[in-house]
Design a protein around this ligand. Structure first.
Ligand code: F0G
Length: 456
């Protein structure tokens, strides 16, 4: 059959509040034309993120009811750490309250001023944390990753020639190499196993550890299965085992693929690094058997480590994202292709050619989509990444100005996503009506969370 159905059904429902266009115009005006400043109840379908918003399974809820909330050494922690060790295979398991907390621990414990860290692309919080520790971070995406419509199946790959040259040039300053799987900042694109093997070999030769930012590794492993011939007959879990065996350590947010409402993780083999991270953990995050998480969080995460790699679930997830992408692509909406798993990305500049970069095309589009339909999305473009060059006083805009429709896991039905697609297509048909915005309040950093705007 060609219909791919959700491999789960609802037992508890959460009512959604319908709003009128007039109400939404008032809400967004009061929020300074910043969708992040809306109250969630003013949003009909929330595609702002796939992070921390998963629906929990009956198994997760039942595990949570049996949690152990002891201050230290809780049964829930041991269940979690055994599940992590069985999957990731590294010796030490360090929990944290979310992904950026894990990055912060790593940055404080093992990264020193003048270190150089290479990645396919650092996620924004990773970059902030590593730079705050005084490191220089360098992104080395393959050239195809910068081409929105290149059909390359693994646009998350790191450029191996640049990595080789970069490590040779950095010498002893090179602290680590990070592969973000999937590459959220450039369209949720996967990294191939061949690329991980290549990076591993180069890292070995230069004596530099290879790490993963594994927030969406299960989706990456499924895309490896369907796009990399060698892995067609393997299960996502087997592919994950092989992926982790190529690494020296992993840090990750457990709020994405790991189906947690909160949670983060560092797992590694280096005992000296593990000890340094634990010392930092005690100062800023919690105790080593909790990392700022409650026993029930650890239980929900331990249960999810199986569910997230379930092949029926991943098949559905990728098919449902592709369906959304293909619906809008068929109507001419300019999208990043091939589609990944967690989100569909729309090119703001191509959608709104009447808006110059200063009028913030992808941001203006996300505001227009909210007013039109109640669907909330996330701009990863001019507002999030634009920088004012202090020397020239001119803006430097990122290579892509994107609007992301991120899909929470197990939350929305196909009809919800059909509604979002229809709304975007209707807006595309009258795209010249999308009004540009300009900054009213622009903070020095993290503009997307606090900036306010007005129609230009
Ligand atoms: N790494 C990646 C690749 C991420 O996408 C995120 C978060 C983090 C690290 C940080 O993890 O949120 O648990 O502290 N991404 C969210 C998103 C915010 O919407 O893409 P966190």
């Amino acid at each position: 059959m060609k219909t791919v159905i959700e491999p789960y059904r609802s037992r508890v429902v959460e009512p959604m509040r319908m709003t009128t266009r007039e109400e939404r115009e008032g809400f967004i005006r009061a929020a300074g034309y910043n969708p992040f400043l809306l109250r969630a109840e003013q949003v009909l379908i929330d595609l702002v993120t796939d992070s921390g918003v998963s629906a929990l399974s009956t198994r997760q809820w039942s595990a949570m009811h049996g949690s152990d909330e002891s201050f230290t050494g809780s049964r829930s922690f041991y269940r979690f750490s055994e599940a992590v060790r069985a999957l990731f295979g590294h010796a030490f398991v360090i929990p944290a309250h979310q992904g950026r907390a894990a990055e912060h621990l790593l940055a404080r414990a093992v990264i020193r001023p003048n270190d150089v860290i290479f990645a396919n692309t650092h996620f924004a919080t990773t970059r902030e944390n590593f730079e705050a520790a005084g490191a220089e971070v360098r992104d080395l995406p393959i050239p195809e990753a910068l081409d929105r419509t290149s059909p390359h199946p693994f646009k998350g790959n790191i450029d191996l020639d640049s990595l080789e040259a970069g490590l040779a040039q950095a010498g002893r300053r090179a602290r680590m190499v990070v592969l973000t799987v999937t590459d959220n900042s450039r369209g949720g694109q996967p990294v191939s196993m061949a690329n991980v093997r290549g990076a591993r070999e180069i890292c070995r030769r230069h004596g530099v550890p290879l790490w993963l930012d594994a927030a969406r590794f299960a989706e990456n492993c499924y895309l490896v299965k369907v796009r990399e011939a060698e892995f067609a007959a393997r299960t996502p879990r087997e592919i994950a085992g092989e992926l982790f065996a190529l690494t020296d350590g992993v840090f990750m947010s457990l709020k994405k693929d790991a189906l947690g409402n909160t949670g983060g993780l560092i797992t590694l083999d280096d005992e000296v690094w593990a000890e340094a991270i634990r010392v930092q953990l005690l100062a800023s995050e919690g105790i080593p058997t909790a990392g700022g998480l409650a026993g029930r969080d650890l239980e929900a995460l331990a249960a999810a480590l199986d569910e997230m790699l379930d092949e029926d679930y991943l098949t559905y997830r990728v098919a449902s994202t592709r369906r959304l992408g293909e619906q809008i692509q068929a109507a001419g909406v300019p999208v990043v292709t091939p589609f990944g798993a967690h989100a569909v990305y729309v090119d703001g500049r191509a959608f709104c050619p009447h808006l110059p970069d200063e009028r913030l095309p992808a941001w203006s589009l996300s505001v227009a989509l909210y007013v039109h339909s109640g669907v909330r999305t996330w701009e990863t473009g001019n507002v999030m990444q634009g920088r004012l060059d202090p020397a020239s006083g001119a803006w430097r805009w990122p290579d892509l100005d994107l609007m992301r429709l991120a899909i929470p896991r197990r939350v929305y039905s196909q009809s919800h996503l059909d509604y979002a697609a229809e709304a975007l297509v209707e807006l595309f048909e009258r795209r010249s009506s999308v009004r540009g915005l300009r900054f009213v309040y622009r903070p020095a950093t993290l503009a997307q969370f606090v900036a306010t705007f007005e129609p230009a």
